[in-house]
Design a protein around this ligand. Structure first.
Ligand SMILES: [Fe+2]
Length: 309
């Protein structure tokens, strides 16, 4: 089975941005991909018009059914009130005059707002949630859930935007948290027995020390999954085969500290990964097309990674 993973396309109503997304989804369809996974930040500002544009593109390339598509939200999709005021990082400092008003909104954002925002995300993508398996106890906004793709493979979708906007801990709405109790519970679900388990989440699992080295302390402190270690332990305990995420705008493959659980980050919007599952085995290949549409080789890929810094 051929699965594709993309993330963080940040659709805005700018013609070139929309065209680039359309080209990417078309290329994925042409490559014979059977199921597309998008791990959040589909939109820049979580606006209805942005979601509708994205849905139209997905529909044009037949990625609009539960068999063909799985999506989870990113912080830009849920906390649109913040990203409508700030264009991080380009306009971050230029937007400081809006800070008091936005800070007040951050301060007032409640659990109820979060639940409503999650529900409205899921209602937009209601058509791709057919036959998903949830915990009997239920969870905020329909997460986490399992989607069985075939006899061999199942997806486990986690919601990692669970740290509410707060002035002291999450002022720019980019830190995350996953409920460890429900994550542990859903991964023990009997449906997952003897299946290849692919976990989807928005936030990244790169250790803070590494992110600090690359991007500085402020960035690392405002972009992290606050219970990264706890969640990593749960993934190891349940023998997760692959974790897919975005959020950190970088393309890379890495392993959790155990050296066994593989993680793929497709936060760089120029990339996508092909995940091939056959005969009980899983293989990942990352693909990059440069702006004139030529495939680049792995040597150029590593050069590009360096350019990202
Ligand atoms: Fe994000």
């Amino acid at each position: 089975m051929k699965i594709a993973h993309i993330s963080d396309l940040h659709l805005s109503a700018v013609d070139e941005v929309v065209a680039a997304i359309e080209n990417k989804i078309a290329a994925i369809n042409t490559a014979g991909v059977e199921h597309l996974i998008i791990t959040g930040d589909l939109t820049q500002k979580g606006e209805e018009t942005e979601f509708q544009l994205f849905l139209e593109i997905l529909k044009r390339h037949n990625f609009d059914s539960s068999e063909r598509l799985t999506v989870i939200p990113g912080n830009h999709d849920l906390f649109g009130f913040f990203f409508r005021n700030f264009q991080i990082p380009k306009d971050f400092y230029g937007s400081f005059h809006k800070l008091p008003q936005t800070a007040l909104q951050v301060h007032k954002y409640s659990k109820k707002n979060y639940e409503d925002d999650l529900r409205s995300f899921n209602s937009i993508f209601n058509g791709v949630l057919d036959r998903v398996i949830k915990l009997s106890s239920g969870e905020i906004g329909g997460f986490p859930f399992i989607k069985v793709l075939s006899e061999q493979v199942a997806l486990v979708a986690l919601e990692s935007n669970g740290l509410l906007p707060q002035l002291n801990k999450n002022a720019i709405c980019s830190n995350g948290y996953i409920n460890p109790v429900s994550a542990d519970k859903i991964m023990a679900h009997e449906t997952l027995k003897n299946k290849i388990k692919i976990v989807l989440m928005h936030h990244h699992l790169v250790p803070e020390s590494e992110v600090t080295k690359r991007n500085g302390k402020w960035f690392s402190e405002t972009m992290k999954l606050v219970n990264r270690q706890e969640i990593s332990e749960i993934f190891k305990k349940h023998d997760v085969d692959l974790v897919l995420h975005g959020h950190y705008h970088y393309q890379e493959e890495y392993f959790l500290e155990d050296g066994v659980v593989k993680v793929v980050n497709n936060g760089d919007k120029n990339f996508w990964s092909l995940i091939d599952v056959s005969n009980g085995k899983i293989e990942t290949t990352s693909t990059f097309k440069n702006p004139i549409g030529q495939q680049v080789d792995s040597q150029s890929l590593s050069e590009r990674r360096l350019e990202n810094f």
